[in-house]
Write a protein that binds this ligand. Structure first.
Ligand code: ZN
Length: 136
């Protein structure tokens, strides 16, 4: 008696001897495949539409788990925002020091410092938006 496993990447099914084995991998993609908890006999008695429906259900599951990992990689966007904020604070401090020497130069340094920081923060926003689009 065999049980059916499904690989969400190459969308093929495999049968193994044991059910609910957590670390079964796809022989062609080498990624973890999902136990469907259906015996080989049951699977072969299903119509193509029923098989497709089951595959779709597991595709959604696989997508959920990958979007979780990619929201973690989105931390680049978050880090850029923090760096942008630090950049603005530091350039304001620098601008104040310069202002005590020469007001005009300090003012220019402050303006450009804020602009640079805001650009970094804006860039982090763009990265977050792109990540959202990719996740859809
Ligand atoms: Zn595969």
């Amino acid at each position: 008696m065999g049980y059916i496993y499904y690989c969400p990447r190459c969308r093929s099914t495999y049968s193994t001897e044991k059910d609910n084995q957590q670390y079964e991998t796809c022989p062609s993609c080498n990624i973890k495949i999902i136990p469907i908890h259906i015996t080989t006999d049951e699977w072969h008695s299903k119509t193509d539409e029923e098989k497709e429906e089951i595959k779709k259900k597991f595709d959604d599951q696989a997508k959920l788990s990958t979007s979780q990992t990619s929201s973690n990689s989105n931390s680049i966007g978050k880090a850029l925002r923090v760096v942008g904020a630090i950049y603005i604070v530091l350039s304001l401090i620098g601008a104040m020091i310069l202002m005590s020497e020469d007001f005009a130069i300090g003012l220019i340094a402050g303006v450009f410092g804020c602009l640079g920081g805001l650009l970094l923060m804006g860039f982090s926003e763009i990265i977050n938006l792109l990540q959202d689009i990719k996740n859809k």
